[in-house]
Design a protein around this ligand. Structure first.
Ligand code: DGJ
Length: 728
């Protein structure tokens, strides 16, 4: 046995251990608290018989004292085995990850193990397992990057055509996760525009549960994240959870399959529906990463591992350690009525409140007086901005703020100069009428000429008007008629080529403008996955800014993503989407859970409101490092009636902030206590507001009262408070 522990002496790296199991090659991937066991099964299938708590051993057999069996009458079949990457063509019947066909119509892949490679990349232990189908000359490499301190493994697959004949890839999922026979529940996120990130759970029964997007983006309707738990386990802080997050911003699928023996297989990756990729000789296809892990600290524990992954690995490196600025966005204040004087007035107000980044939303360009015209023409509308954009940029900088601007680069209105010049640049199908969504069409980003033209326009925007520090990158419709008639062989590749082109364009702009940060938006939170967070710094999670609804949206979002990526604006009341009226302080307290923004018509705010806003922005800046870089614990999930609470703890455990809310109270209800989490038991913490002191152990044991209702409070509804506790 050969153990390779890689990385720093502090032990933050994981390790790959080469070993043998039943006289066949096997590998252990070890992290701080977990172990993944991989081995070769019959017919060289790759098996994943164990992913769970570390057994403090590097002998694979210790994890599998009982031999894994198959039904004796079906020895030649490989079904019923914990397949790590089932392929169409082997004798299994579960959802395949890989399907390949040849020009003569023959299908099927049979892989033979060739070699393993163990290496260290950026201080991480990496295992690559190489397989080949000698009939197809197809090489399949399974890659596992081990994040020791994060208890995570990032899995991806590279498929290479080493033969002389082109092959058709019909599906290349990223990975499968087999779980042993038991009863499980699947936890997933669902929604729609204005109601994103609703956390749902359902029992996995014989058959399949499929969650997916076929809309072009990762979507509002379903989110490429999952957790699976033993049936009925729902605790936030304890209990087993297997989970995964797919780094892909286009169509995707996750198939949860309960097999006849109650084993579960989860296969996830790029959506095979309407996908097809011609793999030329010598070419390869790389799947997106599925970042997965195992935690015994409930859904909260799983979330924190993914948060840490985003904070330390995934988010753009040049920005991820800097505080995300407090922003103002003028959309709800002005909609398409963008005029220099008014924007400047808003900017002066924003600066006085303590805002650090002023963002002009939709309406500043082309003939954009409404949503029926202008998209595609990224030139300044000088009727609205007579001094040009440069003047406004300078004015905003003069007020001590950064400047940000809205764009929607992948879209075009038929009423635009771009469309008039290049009607063939959109997705379309010959002889079919194109369906409009929000009066716009989707540009075919698979086309190099479209990529070049949009790049040039964005580059001009970022160079010709002074320094623009921030771009809000929107995408407001699902794709239909996704065709490219001029390239018949690539029609089904566009789903993937488009997404890759967006990543590439964002990467190119970031390289050229290193100070630029980007917010991902897609009619709210329709493209807010782990993939886009490699290229963007934050996400607009929803167009619904109602504080009560936002509590639910943020609760769901933070199951999968870090609070430092979660933007919220304090907007006006009655709320534009729901008509509800929440107090200003409550709206702030909700928006302070992530990246604080203001989106109301602050020109109309009263002096008293501006005063409250200034104080709360200052208070936010005090706790910002905690919120944006700390560890988040949901103490009580949002509920229709009664309190809810979320806590943030600094990495050094010296400081914690507890956010308490009650949208609606119950008359006569007693004051509940909530136990804090993640503190240093021996440390004494002092509540900043009133000097109350206690030990970490007591705060985590006896908890603190959720005394949101006081005799002095005029109502039981819309109560909120943020308690900051500090230790020495
Ligand atoms: C949808 C976004 O989610 C909004 O915030 C706003 O930017 C509009 N698009 C502008 O058209």
């Amino acid at each position: 046995m050969h153990t390779e522990a890689l990385g720093e002496a502090d032990g933050s790296a994981g390790a790959v251990v080469r070993t043998r199991l039943e006289d066949r090659p096997a590998w252990l991937l070890t992290t701080h608290n977990t172990t993944v066991c991989l081995c070769l099964g019959p017919e060289d299938t790759l098996l994943l018989p164990y992913w769970g708590a570390s057994g403090q051993t590097t002998a694979a057999a210790d994890y599998l004292p009982e031999r894994m069996g198959n039904r004796p009458s079906e020895r030649a079949f490989v079904d019923g085995l914990p397949l790590a990457y089932p392929s169409h063509g082997e004798a299994s019947f579960v959802e395949p990850c890989l399907m390949v066909s040849r020009a003569d119509g023959s299908r099927g892949v049979r892989l033979e193990f060739v070699a393993d490679r163990v290496s260290a990349v950026g201080g991480r232990a990496v295992l690559e397992l190489v397989f080949i189908d000698r009939l197809l000359d197809l090489v399949v490499e399974q890659r596992f990057v081990v994040f020791g301190e994060l208890d995570l493994v990032a899995r991806s697959v590279t498929v290479r055509n080493s033969g002389a004949e082109a092959l058709l890839l019909e599906r290349v999922l990223s990975a499968a996760l087999p779980l042993p026979p038991a009863e499980y529940d699947a936890w997933t996120l669902h929604g729609q525009w204005g109601r994103e990130f609703e956390l749902r759970s359902r029992p996995l029964q014989p058959g399949k549960f499929v969650t997916e997007s076929r809309r072009g983006t990762s979507s509002h309707e379903a989110h490429p994240w999952f957790a699976v738990r033993p049936r009925g386990e729902a605790a936030e802080h304890v209990g087993q959870v297997w989970f995964g997050s797919l780094a892909w911003s286009g169509n995707w699928v996750a198939v949860f399959e309960a097999e006849r023996n109650d084993a579960v297989q989860i296969a996830m990756g790029i959506q095979p529906f309407d996908f097809g990729w011609r793999l030329e000789p010598g070419a390869d296809f790389v799947s997106p990463e599925l970042v997965g892990g195992y935690s015994e600290r409930g859904l909260g524990g799983a979330s924190r591992l993914l948060h840490a992954y985003e904070q330390t690995v995934q988010l753009p490196a040049n920005q991820r350690e800097r505080p995300r600025p407090v922003l103002y966005n003028s959309w709800e204040a002005t909609h398409f009525e963008v005029h220099a004087e008014h924007q400047l007035e808003l900017a002066r107000r924003a600066a006085a409140i303590g805002v650090e980044l002023f963002v002009v939303d939709d309406g500043w360009f082309g003939a954009r007086d409404h949503d029926r015209a202008g998209l595609g023409d990224w030139t300044v509308n000088t009727r609205k901005l007579p001094g040009g954009l440069r003047q406004l940029v300078n004015d905003v900088h003069g007020l001590g703020m950064q400047f940000g601007i809205w764009v929607e680069p992948e879209m075009v209105n038929p009423d635009s100069d771009l469309y008039r010049a290049h009607p063939d640049w959109t997705y379309h199908a010959i002889g079919r009428e194109a369906t409009l969504g929000r009066n716009q069409l989707v540009l075919n980003f698979a086309r190099p000429d479209v990529q070049a033209a949009i790049y040039q326009q964005l580059r001009n925007l970022l160079t010709e008007h002074g320094t623009i520090e921030f771009v809000k990158w929107d995408h407001n419709r699902a794709w239909t008629e996704v065709g490219w008639p001029e390239r018949p062989m690539q029609q089904r590749e566009v789903w993937v080529r488009h997404v890759r082109a967006v990543y590439e364009l964002m990467g190119r702009l970031r390289a050229e403008f290193p100070e630029l940060s980007i917010e991902s938006c897609s009619g709210g939170g329709g493209r807010s996955d782990l993939g886009i967070l490699r290229w963007t710094d934050q996400v607009w999670t929803s167009d619904n800014t109602d504080a009560a609804d936002r509590l639910n949206i943020q609760y769901g979002y933070s199951r999968a993503h870090s609070p430092r990526t979660m933007v919220n604006w304090v907007t006006d009341v009655p709320n534009e989407q729901t008509g509800r009226v929440a107090p200003l302080e409550f709206r702030f307290h909700v928006a302070m859970q992530g990246v604080l923004g203001i989106g109301g018509d602050i020109g109309r705010w009263s002096g008293a409101d501006v005063h409250i806003a200034r104080q709360l922005v200052a208070a936010y800046k005090e706790i910002r490092p905690l919120v944006q870089n700390g560890r988040q614990y949901w103490l009580l999930a949002p509920a229709a009636i009664g309190p809810c609470a979320v806590q943030y703890v600094s990495a050094d455990l010296r400081e914690t902030a507890v956010f308490l809310y009650q949208v609606r109270g119950l008359r006569g209800a007693g004051v509940r206590r909530v136990r804090l989490h993640g503190l240093d038991p021996a440390r004494r913490y002092r509540r900043v507001a009133d000097g109350v002191e206690s030990t970490g152990a007591a705060l985590m044991g006896a908890g603190v009262p959720l005394d949101l209702v006081s005799a002095r409070a005029p109502t039981l509804d819309w109560r909120s408070r943020i308690d900051v506790w500090r230790g020495p």
